[in-house]
Ligand binder design. Structure first.
Ligand SMILES: [Ca+2]
Length: 250
């Protein structure tokens, strides 16, 4: 927990005292503070009040109002495969020169980073043979982009789940940095592509097919049905992320 001292605002004594000719002497009616609305940010982006909002304060006490805030981090979803990561509970406190103090609480929802995933790079529609040799390797790549550098991912943190954590996790057996594919830009359900290397390094992960089929319950799915999978992990600067793509069970 850290206390931040943010702003000093001048109290609008002249304005508040003009409301009524029977206004009490300055400094006796207290101080008001109205918090900014709930903000929503992606992990790793600015939590600065300039970006997430500042409270509105007023007092009938002349002089400066000091505004500070304290952050508490509350957990979000227990499931790593959900986007909801955590909540910053920001308690704002205003204090005027007459000794009045007032507080309010703002919430800042933090969502996990979204990265690009390609199950079976250059293959489409990502078939998984649930009756094949369990010792085959299924390649799954987290794709780098102009703004997302896969060397910032901690490879040991990477796992794969069914959506909403209904099955999994399964961990990869290997990982390496290699340019294997380009992200698919189409934003449709289970969209996939066959585009190869694009000059941007990817994180290539090798999963044991038997582990995937058993650990994610894929053999229970209808023949040729599509199942969306979610890869989760941590960046080296402490943010969690997720990335999704689909397999076709056959
Ligand atoms: Ca690439």
């Amino acid at each position: 927990m850290k206390i931040h001292i943010l702003v000093s605002a001048s109290a609008l004594f002249a304005l508040s005292s003009s409301f009524s000719s029977f206004a009490p002497p300055p400094g006796t009616t207290g101080l008001t503070i109205v918090c900014p609305p709930t903000a929503k940010i992606t992990c790793g982006t600015s939590t600065d009040p300039e970006d997430t909002g500042t409270p509105t304060v007023s007092s009938d006490c002349p002089g400066r109002i000091t505004v500070t805030y304290v952050d508490d981090i509350l957990p979000g979803s227990d499931c790593a495969a959900e986007r909801f990561d955590s909540i910053i509970q920001r308690t704002w406190t205003a204090t005027d020169l007459c000794g009045n103090s007032a507080s309010c609480t703002q919430l800042i929802d933090v969502i996990r980073q979204q990265w690009s995933l390609d199950i079976k790079p250059t293959s489409c529609p990502n078939p998984i043979n649930v009756n094949g040799s369990p010792n085959a390797t299924v390649t799954i790549a987290i794709l780098g982009t102009a703004t997302q550098d896969v060397t910032l991912i901690d490879p040991d943190s990477v796992q794969i789940w069914r959506e909403h954590c209904t099955a999994g996790p399964v961990s990869p057996e290997s990982s390496s940095l290699q340019d294997v594919a380009a992200p698919v830009v189409v934003d449709a359900f289970c969209a996939c592509g066959t585009a190869g290397p694009d000059g941007i390094t990817d994180l290539r992960l090798g999963f044991n097919r038997g582990d995937l089929v058993q650990g994610l319950g894929l053999a229970n799915e209808p023949y040729r049905s599509f199942v969306r999978l979610v890869v989760t992990g941590q960046t080296i600067d402490g943010c969690s992320f997720l990335a999704t793509d689909c397999v076709r069970v056959q």
